[in-house]
Design a protein around this ligand. Structure first.
Ligand SMILES: Nc1ncnc2c1ncn2[C@@H]1O[C@H](COP(=O)(O)OP(=O)(O)OP(=O)(O)O)[C@@H](O)[C@H]1O
Ligand SMILES: [Zn+2]
Length: 647
């Protein structure tokens, strides 16, 4: 595929890479060795020891240094004649605006989170710069090409929602270890260390009891003067003893399942023992967060060991006490982080104690960390293959070889003897609010919901805007920015706390709001529909946004997620999730639909001057198909590789 013209197209190109991690290191090396001479690279992170096994441009001595800079320096050693510009920064910084993006011929992502990917997608659309997007998860990976007016944008297809579990399985009837981990991480950890007064299903469970809800609140509150040891034991007894007794009192639940066993602290962990082996502070100097570890204090060394119930109880109490004594300032603002040793220790111990109650096999800290952090171990070879494919697509883009653009999926098991599946890019989704002007509809209780709810749950969380501006006709209701004067800041802060119908320019059913992010140059209209009631389980946000294709992952009466939000290495577009099935195994599984359907060619898209016509082009893109008569090549339903049973 090398042609006479390639060298000049490549040599004259100015390209931007975002992310210098697993894919990024491979990509920078491949770009440099393929003849690219002007490469810019943004990464906000510093090098960690855990990166060294696959991010081969980095060495032990680089730990703590900027990834973008070290990657640049490493590649310049073997290609000193080219220009590499590094930025140790977040791609969402305002400096990287549309004008910044306009200087590049192509942008390539090697990111690990949806938020940054969406942001780059919007800037590329606004700057009209081609984007090559990528992701890997273990052996799975994909590379997709997004060019305004020619292909779909990164957000034309919904991204899979994280796997969710029915609330009652997590709070009352766990049957797998993952249920205990989700309980420990999303309910218990969040209740102990997250924002105060949050609605939490631990409360729901407890308030089913005859005790007043006031008493329940008191259990988690660490009162002034209450000894840490006493507090830790009280929490233990409440969540592993009392709450299980409560669950048992609902006889109907246990007619067809094994009854759980309440576990009280005194039964497994006599007071004297805790005092004797308790927090002796070994290796956990105050102020040095990384070394605060219950395992270290208790002399437990191997993270792959299975702990006994007694050891789990000791770790639970010790970890809780260490949080209260050494990390007191963080309490109220913590969310579970797989890289936080003490958090993983507490969650492992809590999940194992709960698993013991329910007769579920116990797991080591190493295994629990993988489950809780949604970790799929990175495969260096997948990253290398994906980086190679990115460069191949970048070259086609630079040569305007439109007919040969491909998205390529990298599979774990061959399908029709193929491990790499090239697929013609899809046309843009006409109802995509990002790359088309389709208005959205928001059902909301305008008498109850505040502007803050709309900003946090819809504009930021769903629409992915970081610096939003909200307008009702010509009245600005909300805006963020450095250039606001004090009066404006106070005015917008006051608006946030008002219910929609009581805003200076009231928002009611029939109102059309304009929501805009100036940095992303993205603007969309939201038609407001007033609705009185929402189903707490199915519509936990108390509002429903529609107007473009909805996420397909089944919500299944659940708001408890198995994912902590940011995927690790993120073959986000390829990796879908499935609703929980009690019978599913924990293997990754790729689901290929039957070969069907009509094929859709990119040439059809370009033939309509970049405006795909629904009449000419039936909706066939979500089906597997043959391409160019090659029967060995199929594409995936929804462009998704479905990972089964991963949590
Ligand atoms: N908003 C952002 N701006 C700049 N760089 C980003 C942004 N978001 C993510 N990145 C970078 O993208 C890279 C993704 O690389 P990778 O998936 O290998 O993750 P990692 O953090 O290096 O490894 P792991 O998550 O497995 O510990 C990281 O280096 C990360 O710093
Ligand atoms: Zn789109």
């Amino acid at each position: 595929m090398v042609s006479e013209q390639q060298p000049s197209a490549i040599e004259g190109a100015k390209v931007l890479m975002v992310g210098a991690g697993g894919i990024g290191c491979e990509l920078l090396k491949t770009l440099a060795l393929s003849g690219f001479r002007d490469i810019h690279i943004i990464d906000m992170d510093t090098i960690e020891v855990s990166n060294l096994n696959r991010q081969f441009l980095f060495r032990q001595s680089h730990v703590g240094q900027s990834k973008a800079k070290v990657a640049r320096d490493a590649v310049l050693k073997f290609r000193p004649d080219i220009s590499i510009t590094s930025y140790h920064a977040n791609v969402k910084d305002p400096d990287f605006n549309v004008d910044f993006f306009k200087q590049f011929n192509v942008v390539m992502n090697g990111l690990d989170n949806l938020d940054a990917r969406r942001h780059v997608n919007r800037l590329c659309l606004a700057a009209v710069v081609p984007l090559i997007e990528s992701g890997t998860t273990g052996f799975l990976g994909q590379v997709t090409v997004h060019i305004k007016g020619k292909t779909e944008c990164y957000e034309c297809q919904n991204k899979p929602a994280p796997k969710t579990y029915p609330v009652c399985t997590i709070t009352s009837t766990p049957s797998k270890f993952v249920h205990c981990v989700v309980w420990a991480k999303d309910l218990l950890f969040a209740k102990l260390f997250g924002p105060k007064n949050q609605e939490n299903d631990l409360n729901v469970r407890s308030s089913d009891s005859s005790s007043s809800s006031e008493q329940v609140e008191d259990v988690f509150e660490h009162k002034n003067g209450e000894e840490i040891e006493q507090y830790a034991r009280k929490i233990f007894d409440h969540v592993f003893g009392y709450n299980i007794e409560l669950a048992l009192s609902n006889e109907d639940t246990w007619k067809s399942r094994g009854r759980p066993r309440p576990i009280y602290c005194k039964d497994v962990m006599p007071t004297e023992h805790v005092h004797q082996n308790g927090n002796q502070g070994r290796g956990s100097a105050a102020g040095d967060m990384a070394s605060v570890s219950a395992m270290t204090t208790l002399g437990l060394k191997n993270p792959q060991d299975l702990w006994s119930l007694k050891e789990n109880a000791a770790v639970f109490l010790e970890a809780l006490k260490l949080f209260l004594s050494k990390r007191e300032k963080e309490i109220g603002n913590l969310s579970f982080d797989k890289d936080d040793q003490l958090a993983v220790e507490l969650v492992t111990a809590a999940a194992n104690i709960r698993a013991t109650s329910f007769g579920i096999p116990l797991h080591s800290l190493f295994e629990t960390k993988g489950i809780a952090g949604n970790i799929v171990h990175a495969v260096a070879t997948t990253n290398a293959v994906i980086a190679g494919l990115i460069v191949i697509e970048a070259i086609k883009v630079l040569e305007n070889d439109v007919k040969n653009y491909r998205m390529t999926f990298c599979l774990e098991h061959s399908s029709n003897k193929m491990l790499l599946m090239p697929v013609e890019p899809f046309e843009a989704n006409k109802s995509c609010y990002v790359c088309s002007e389709t208005p959205l509809t928001l059902e909301i209780n305008t008498h109850r919901s505040k502007l803050r709810d709309l900003v946090d749950k819809i504009v930021k969380a769903k629409l992915g805007m970081s610096s939003p501006l909200i307008m009702q006709e010509s009245t600005l209701l909300y805006e963020v920015g450095d250039d606001l004067d004090e009066g404006e800041v106070a005015n917008y802060a006051a608006n946030l706390e008002k219910v929609l119908s009581e805003l200076p320019s009231p928002v009611r059913g029939g109102t059309i709001l304009t929501v805009e992010d100036l940095q992303q140059e993205l603007k969309c209209s939201i038609n407001i529909k007033h609705r009185e009631e929402f189903d707490e389980e199915k519509e936990p946000d108390g509002m429903v946004l529609s107007g473009w294709t909805q996420a397909q992952a089944a919500e299944k009466n659940s708001k408890v997620s198995a994912d902590n939000g940011a995927s690790t290495s993120g073959a986000s577009q390829a990796a879908s999730t499935v609703p929980e099935d009690e019978d599913d195994d924990d293997d990754l599984q790729i689901i290929l639909p039957p070969v069907p359907g009509k094929k859709r060619k990119l040439s059809d898209v370009t033939a309509t001057s970049g405006v795909p016509s629904a009449a000419k082009e039936p909706k066939i893109k979500r089906k597997a198909e043959e391409i160019n008569g090659d029967k060995d090549i199929v594409m995936l339903d929804d462009g998704n590789i479905v990972k089964k049973g991963e949590a």
